[in-house]
Design a protein around this ligand. Structure first.
Ligand code: GDG
Length: 463
């Protein structure tokens, strides 16, 4: 049986993995059952001359990990620089925030090279290698240069933009060419896969073949959508424990408002948080009868605080929530509760269940797992309503949500009003349809279909 090797920028802290969710949970089963290995950065930064750049092998919760640190300079150029100041904004259609510096690109290349050198030494014949996300796009190319012949798949967790945006990256042709060293490229949605194919055809003199294959640069790769999901059973269970019941009761006792609109997002400019607050303000202006009856609860844990754009969004949000509370709040009611820190998973689950509306309005999002977690946490007899941006990858699947345009404040306010006043029959109908989709496209399906496709990929795709 072939082993699974997962490569991602960060290797999760596996002691906390089940608590924090995400990729760790998604891959845990596959890594444990397949004698796998998880390779990536350990999260530490060290001095250039430190000898501690060696690889660290560990075993945690039955999973073997191999990690390496980054130097401070690599962290700045590869991680903060090319990954998060160039690729992240570009792939999320924010060219206004993108910074392309030559040194960033060089750092990005060097780290991918160093990752490949460390990883190649650990690969055994017939291993399946699964590379994750935008930090490591050229990893396959570097691994091939190290002589790795095994199958390598790539999954992009964020959107793949339309060619107009992708071509804004100064070295876009190099980046695209490097993607042809994979055997299979996985995208979140069919739109992302189609954007990639369009780039290849229009800008790389390539050709779209049958069965999701694309040919360019003398190589063929499969480009296909594999929508990521969650584990709906464990999400439901976590929202229905005695602890969650106690959280809910406490929340309701302490609050004058009896309805909650919930937002949960890393504090990122892609998540549409200012627009969401403006829509909530518009809701209160248009429907004063909702005053003191509804509260917007926004959980927004900090992230990437060393990138300026993230400090700007933080200030904007603090200003907005403060001004809404100042204008509309009263001694016994705070319209917006804004929490700028991570909260424990169990509390989060209780909040998902306790809120009448899940408000998920990113300006762009690869998938958005919060949307799926919100649906999976609901009580089937009395479910809350999901209000979802049409620019979240999840909207391709979750059509029975109230779909809104996150750039249109009035439409969002109207969507919120519909959600808050929706009769229980309609809420149930929508929930029944949504939960089937969340169950069908779950995380196990995502993992298994990707790995099956990688195993089945014809080996000539690497030739
Ligand atoms: C990237 C793509 C794609 C959030 N706050 C807290 C907390 N969370 C959890 C959520 C959810 C996860 O973090 C966030 O996942 P998302 O999918 O919503 O967004 P990104 O972090 O941007 O993830 C995205 C994803 O990769 C997977 O492919 O869907 O499009 O951008 O699970 O619940 N968890 C806890 N406390 C918090 O305060 N415990």
């Amino acid at each position: 049986m072939s082993r699974l090797i997962v490569a991602s920028n960060r290797v999760a802290d596996l002691d906390k993995a089940v608590q924090s969710g995400g990729l760790a949970v998604a891959l845990e089963d596959a890594l444990q059952s397949g004698r796998g290995l998880w390779f990536g950065w350990d999260g530490a930064t060290v001095e250039e001359d430190e000898a501690s750049l060696g690889i660290k092998l560990q075993q945690n919760n039955g999973i073997r990990t191999a990690t390496i640190p980054l130097t401070r300079r690599e962290y700045e150029e590869y991680y903060l620089g090319f990954s998060n100041r160039a690729l992240w904004p570009t792939f999320h259609y924010r060219l206004d925030l993108a910074v392309y510096e030559h040194s960033f690109l060089e750092g990005y290349r060097r780290v991918n090279q160093r990752f490949a050198q460390s990883l190649a030494a650990l690969i055994e014949p017939d291993d399946l290698i699964w590379v994750h996300d935008y930090h490591l796009i050229p990893l396959a190319e570097e691994l091939r240069l190290q002589g790795v012949k095994e199958k390598i798949g790539f999954f992009l967790h964020i959107p793949f933009p339309s060619p107009d945006f992708f071509t804004a990256i100064p070295e876009h042709a190099w980046l695209a060419k490097s993607m042809f060293d994979y055997d299979i490229l996985g995208f979140q949605t069919s739109t992302d896969a189609a954007n990639f194919v369009r780039y290849v055809v229009e800008h790389a003199d390539g050709e779209a073949l049958s069965d999701d294959r694309v040919r360019a640069f003398g190589k063929t790769v499969i480009a296909r959508a594999f929508p990521i999901g969650i584990d709906p059973d464990s999400v439901y269970e976590m929202a229905h424990t005695p602890e969650a019941d106690a959280h809910m009761a406490r929340l309701q006792r302490r609050s004058m408002a009896n309805m909650f609109v919930l937002g949960v997002d890393r504090l990122d400019y892609t998540k549409g948080l200012p627009g969401r607050m403006r829509a909530f303000k518009r809701l209160l202006e248009l429907h004063p009868e909702l005053m003191k009856r509804v509260t917007l609860m926004q959980i927004a844990p900090p992230t990437r605080e060393e990138v300026e754009a993230y400090t700007d969004i933080r200030q904007e949000l603090e200003g907005l929530s403060g001004s809404i509370n100042g204008e509309f709040g009263d001694f016994d009611w705070t319209p917006v509760r804004y929490i700028h820190r991570a909260i424990p998973r169990a509390t989060l689950s209780a909040l998902f269940r306790a809120s009448q509306v899940g408000l998920v309005t990113p300006l762009r999002d690869g998938m958005n797992l919060v949307a799926k977690e919100y649906v999976a946490s609901q009580d089937p007899e009395n479910p809350g309503v999901l209000v979802l941006s049409k620019f979240a990858g999840a909207a391709e699947d979750l059509q029975e949500a109230i779909i809104v345009n996150p750039y249109d404040t009035d439409e969002m306010a109207d969507g919120l009003h519909r959600a808050l006043t929706m009769p229980v029959e309609e809420r149930r109908e929508r929930y029944d349809a949504l939960i089937v989709r969340v169950r069908t496209n779950n995380v196990a399906t995502w993992r298994e279909t990707f790995l099956a496709a990688l195993k089945a990929a014809p080996s000539e795709t690497t030739s």
